[in-house]
Design a protein around this ligand. Structure first.
Ligand SMILES: [Zn+2]
Ligand SMILES: [Zn+2]
Length: 247
């Protein structure tokens, strides 16, 4: 039976240097449960070390966590990539690690990058700078996501920075996208009219939360699915088999 799920497919944890320390996987999952957010994706910049903790934190709740990452391509474009399983996420992580700059994070300037467990304990501090472009371009990154059966969503295409449409002016035909995301500045229903480069791609919205307040107040979508899985979300984005997205 198809039912509705409230989803936020773009949430940063304490691994992102720009996120608040309150953004532990456990705290995000707790607030998701409290505020009726059924599906969340943990999408830290160029890394996924806190996804396992989020999956574990959600294991005894009704919240579904999707493994994810927000990558920055060579062109300084942000893409949210989501996977069904950790197996694909791990393979994706190897691809990203092979394309990271190798520079070290300047904690004072950018913020610390914390890896934690499901009980909010600090496991380690990630040394490598995550807020930096990969050496792979947007077409290669999107093709790799597709090869691993992930969903690839262009982040905040309405923003003036780190946005596919603002960086390139258009969506190149060799970039494989499942959707574009707009931030709260633009109504998703009006996005294709205001930003014609979106063309016919599905438009979603997400909180892109870096704080718990962002997460609670930020935009979300409603998905009509049989179960909360990536395969079902893919169908919803394509409007297949009565699955759909309501923004
Ligand atoms: Zn971003
Ligand atoms: Zn983000």
């Amino acid at each position: 039976m198809i039912r509705s799920y409230v989803a936020d497919l773009h949430v940063h944890s304490v691994l992102s240097p720009c996120a608040a320390v309150e953004m532990t996987p456990r705290n995000i999952v707790r607030h998701a449960a409290e505020y009726g957010v059924n599906i969340i994706a943990i999408t830290d910049h160029n890394a996924c070390d806190n996804v396992t903790a989020a999956l574990e934190a959600a294991s005894d709740s009704d919240v579904t966590v999707l493994p994810g990452m927000e990558v920055e391509t060579k062109e300084e474009i942000h893409l949210v990539v989501l996977f069904e399983k950790m197996r694909q996420m791990k393979e994706w992580e190897r691809f990203v690690e092979a394309h990271r700059s190798g520079r070290l994070n300047d904690e004072k300037r950018f913020g610390a990058q914390f890896v934690v467990d499901a009980g909010d304990n600090l496991l380690r501090v990630k040394e490598e700078m995550l807020l930096t472009p990969l050496t792979a371009g947007v077409a290669e990154v999107s093709a790799q996501a597709a090869a691993l059966e992930g969903l690839c969503i262009a982040s905040h295409v309405d923003r003036p920075v780190y946005s596919l449409i603002n960086q390139l002016g258009f969506i190149p035909p060799d970039v494989i996208l499942d959707a574009v995301e707009v931030s709260r500045r633009v109504k998703p229903q009006e996005a294709a009219r205001l930003i014609p480069a979106i063309g016919g791609l599905p438009v979603i919205t997400a909180s892109d939360a870096h704080t718990i307040d962002d997460f609670i107040d930020g935009p979300k979508i409603t998905l009509f699915l049989e179960k909360p899985s990536l395969a079902e979300i893919r169908q919803a984005l394509r409007n297949q088999n009565q699955r759909k997205v309501v923004v």
